[in-house]
Design a protein around this ligand. Structure first.
Ligand SMILES: Nc1nc2c(c(=O)[nH]1)N[C@H]1C(S)=C(S)[C@@H](COP(=O)(O)OP(=O)(O)OC[C@H]3O[C@@H](n4cnc5c(N)ncnc54)[C@H](O)[C@@H]3O)O[C@H]1N2
Ligand SMILES: O=P(O)(O)OP(=O)(O)O
Length: 163
């Protein structure tokens, strides 16, 4: 599995705050044998987000694209809206599980509007901006990610072998 990580942060893109979330996600993936092939930090600009996500997904270089930041309700939090514009198919269960599991950690979890879905053969998942929030949300959906990636790429094997 090859991953790419897109950090959405105005302060980070201006060099006013070090990006801790992208590196934390990359390290977390590496511990599970997943290579992060590309990372980038861009500001919370919807057009830039849609252009970057569609270019990455259409390149065929990445199986998994994680975004971190901009999922909330501040005026400049536009990651889910931009992501929805590029998805071919939404996977509602990922957002449902992220919020459900995160509510065990903080009531602020209900503020995240994170979405996930498929464009071409890439699985795209929004994660919150804080390093802790990003990892907690990825942990919540990870049990289904490798299987989802296989299925997105056309694996036709039975999910439930007959007994
Ligand atoms: N499982 C969890 N879920 C959520 C958490 C959490 O701690 N655990 N936090 C909740 C909160 S609070 C909010 S609000 C929502 C939505 O978050 P956003 O995606 O809008 O996050 P941002 O506003 O972009 O960032 C929040 C905060 O995090 C720090 N930050 C952001 N980006 C970076 C970065 N690249 N490197 C270091 N730190 C960063 C910064 O202090 C921002 O103000 O999600 C809930 N879900
Ligand atoms: O500069 P950002 O986009 O990281 O904003 P915030 O600190 O409000 O998340």
């Amino acid at each position: 599995m090859r991953a790419a990580i897109l950090t959405l942060s105005d302060k980070g893109s201006r060099g006013e705050r070090a990006d801790a979330s992208g590196p934390a996600l990359s390290a977390w993936l590496a511990e599970r044998g997943v290579e992060t092939a590309h990372t980038e930090i861009i500001p919370d600009e919807a057009d830039l987000i849609t252009a970057t996500l569609s270019q990455w997904a259409d390149s065929g270089l990445y199986d998994l694209i994680l975004t971190t930041g901009g999922t909330g309700v501040s005026p400049r939090d536009v990651t889910p809206d931009a992501t929805m514009k590029v998805l071919d198919r939404v996977i509602p269960g990922f957002g449902e599980v992220m919020r459900m599991r995160s509510l065990e950690k903080t009531p602020h979890a209900m503020i995240s509007r994170a979405v996930a879905g498929i464009r071409k053969q890439a699985l795209i998942i929004n994660l919150p901006g804080s390093p802790r929030g990003a990892i907690e949300n990825l942990e919540a959906v990870w049990p289904a990610v490798p299987h989802a990636v296989e299925k997105i790429q056309g694996d036709t094997r039975d999910c439930a072998p007959s007994t």
